[in-house]
Design a protein around this ligand. Structure first.
Ligand SMILES: [Fe+2]
Length: 296
């Protein structure tokens, strides 16, 4: 039995310097002061993190948007938080769109979180996708975060990453393949300006090569959709924000997912447990179900 925890979208914030508020960051900070600072609370993230540690996960996957405006100070704070989760070998992180909020922030992920974003092959840190094998699990980590203009939160994988993803899925066939990405593989029309622009190509790779599980964040809502695989359906599970206060604008209260994975090729079993901070208080189980997958 392998226990994998998934959480995402912390949106850790620090007060920016005045000179850092040029362009998109200025708009983002206004939005933070007006609204989002009341939603993403560090004390809620602390409670969620403490609760998750008790689940005894073998590995923790962090799904992006650790920072809010991709400020260096936010990256440093997120690094400290990652270290509270565990050693880099036991925690895998990927960037979200907020972590590359502006073009100049693009090198920061490798600089501050590089050892949490390193593949087993010892290749250059912060290069995506990367592959980590743990027991009979193959974790393939993608980066869909790209800098965008104001009022956009789209993501993109690009042809190079998609081609490497296809190779890695092929190479790890027979293992329980988990694909970790920030943006969802399917977005509703109201999220058009926040979608993964090459989602169709991403789904195309999954349909051809198969995968056992896709994990994403970004929407701040729990979701489960089934994607076409070569021999059946592939569950894609979205996790809500790990720091969000309850009941705001259709977003879910803070929580995380635990996956208990057991079995072998063609006979996998994966049970998902969702824990969430309901109301103003305790964190409790809100959903438990067995996922079905292609087993390709
Ligand atoms: Fe996001």
């Amino acid at each position: 039995m392998f226990v994998l925890a998934h959480l995402s979208d912390l949106h850790l914030s620090v007060t920016p310097q005045f000179t850092e508020l040029i362009g998109k960051r200025g708009l983002g900070y206004m939005n933070w002061l007006r609204k989002r600072k009341y939603i993403h609370r560090p004390e809620i993230l602390d409670a969620i993190t403490r609760d998750m540690r008790l689940c005894g996960a073998d590995h923790i996957a962090v799904g992006g948007d650790l920072t809010n405006l991709a400020l260096k100070a936010e990256y440093r704070r997120a690094r400290g938080w990652l270290e509270t989760l565990g050693a880099p070998a036991d925690v895998t992180a990927i960037p979200g769109n907020h972590d590359v909020y502006v073009p100049q922030a693009q090198p920061y992920a490798a600089e501050f979180w590089g050892d949490y974003m390193a593949g087993d092959d010892g290749a250059e840190r912060g290069v995506f996708p990367f592959l980590r094998r743990r027991a009979n699990i193959a974790l393939i980590a993608l980066c869909s975060g790209v800098p965008t203009g104001p009022f956009l939160a789209t993501g993109r994988l690009g042809a190079g990453q998609l081609a490497r993803l296809a190779q890695m899925l092929e190479q790890t066939r027979g293992q329980f393949r988990v694909v970790l990405i920030h943006h969802p593989p399917v977005s509703p029309p109201r999220r058009y300006l926040r979608r993964l622009t090459d989602a169709a190509q991403f789904r195309g790779v999954l349909a051809e090569k198969g995968a056992e599980l896709v994990l994403h964040g970004h929407d701040h809502r729990r979701s489960l959709v089934e994607l076409a695989g070569p021999r059946g359906m592939i569950p894609a599970v979205g996790v809500q924000s790990a720091s969000a206060r309850a009941g705001h604008g259709g977003e879910d209260a803070a929580g995380y997912h635990i996956f208990r994975i057991d079995g072998e090729r063609g006979r996998w079993r994966c049970e998902m447990l969702a824990r969430s901070r309901a109301g103003e208080g305790a964190i409790r189980d809100i959903d438990r179900q067995t996922l079905y997958f292609s087993g390709a």
